[in-house]
Design a protein around this ligand. Structure first.
Ligand code: ADP
Ligand code: MG
Length: 344
């Protein structure tokens, strides 16, 4: 187990800067998710931690000691990839034992069985990877990553190849296993649900830079930037240029954010014409034409009451509005109010 710190970490490739001035401290035993769109620098960050890529500048610290110049195999980091990367010609047991091949002791055997039990694959130890399901292969990869009691466990999109139901149960499984071992873990994912359900804290990245670090609630309720607001939440937040004829808000507000579920039908409210209705199971998403512009609006019902061209009235709590300045930074403690003219 280790406390991990990145100090002004940077990685330049010939073509682009993949990681740009990333600084974060990860507590011993913490589970951090690095979340962001494809190409934002998540895997590059992970590979620098593992010692596969050298940073262009900045420092990587394990328990206060700089490890930039420490070889990958001496950092004792366990990694699990999206592709599992199991050795096809080896049995499950041989795969799990592989990282300990230079120290073939009874201890390694015992530890392999212990890890197999932890990830619940003891009955599969004699099989080849090709004889396993995706979920089982993932468990083998996890056992292999954990056999050397790593300082740090790195997971790069580990659930992307699994079907939806299996992904759900593996999320909980991985959380249980890392908690049981108390191992410091960094999960890389582009899936906001994966990040927010599994991690203690989420580090949201965009174009190589940190946009925000916080809990799931921080990112959802108090996004620091326009990017985070737009990236977190499904269906996505409404982001609109505010019309000052119908809204009162601070002068420097450039974009108004309003979550689809913050809107509600009310006798007193702004007129809204239904443009489309999309049943999503437990709820329905509508697009409505309002004095604020076209807005996404969630109706909490499996049986939608409204149809295109219906006219309703909508309102929202001022406290649910999120305001951003021209640079895309949230304006703290500021909210928007509908003016009387909006009700006409
Ligand atoms: P993510 O994991 O968030 O999808 P990556 O860290 O893989 O993103 O990539 C970040 C950026 O760095 C991308 O623009 C990618 O094309 C570039 N990149 C990644 N690996 C290499 C490499 N080995 N050589 C050159 N460019 C790379
Ligand atoms: Mg990646």
């Amino acid at each position: 187990m280790a406390e991990v710190e990145l100090r002004n970490l940077r990685k330049d490739w010939d073509t682009a800067t993949a990681v740009d001035d990333v600084s974060i401290k990860i507590e011993n035993g913490e589970f951090l998710a690095i979340l962001g769109p494809s190409g934002c620098g998540k895997s590059t960050t992970l590979f620098m931690l593992a010692g596969v890529y050298l940073p262009t500048s900045g420092d990587i610290m394990f328990d206060g000691a700089r490890v930039n110049d420490v070889e990958a195999r001496l950092r004792n980091v366990g990694i699990v990839f999206q592709s599992y990367a199991l050795y096809p010609n080896m049995s499950v047991l041989q795969n799990i034992l592989f990282p300990t091949r230079f120290q073939k002791t009874d201890d390694a055997q015992a530890r392999a069985h212990e890890m197999a039990e932890l990830v619940q694959i003891t009955d599969l130890l004699g099989r080849r990877p090709s004889e396993l399901s995706g979920g089982q292969q993932q468990r083998v990869a996890l056992a292999r990553a954990l056999i050397k009691r790593p300082n740090l466990l790195l997971l790069d999109e580990p659930l992307s190849n699994l079907d939806a139901t299996l992904r759900l149960s593996m999320r909980a499984e991985i959380r249980r296993i890392t908690r049981e071992l108390g191992v410091t873990t960094i999960l890389v994912t582009h899936d906001q649900l994966e990040a927010t359900t599994m991690a203690d804290r989420v580090m949201c990245m965009n174009k190589g830079r940190i946009e925000q670090v916080g809990s799931a609630a921080d990112l959802y309720l108090r996004p620091d930037t326009l990017f985070v607001a737009g990236f977190i939440g499904s269906p996505p937040i409404n982001l609109i240029p505010p019309d000052r004829d119908v809204l009162s808000l601070p002068d420097r507000c450039h974009t108004l954010g309003l979550r689809p579920e913050a809107l509600r039908v009310s006798e007193v409210g702004m007129p809204a014409t239904v443009l489309s209705v999309e049943p999503m199971g437990r709820e329905a998403m509508m697009t409505v034409d309002t004095p604020l512009g076209d807005l996404r609006f969630i109706e909490a019902t499996a049986q939608p009451k409204y149809r295109p061209r219906d006219l309703l009235r909508l309102t929202f709590d001022n406290a649910d509005t999120i305001l951003f300045d021209a640079k895309g930074q949230r304006i703290p403690e500021a909210h928007a109010t509908l003016k009387e003219t909006a009700y006409a």
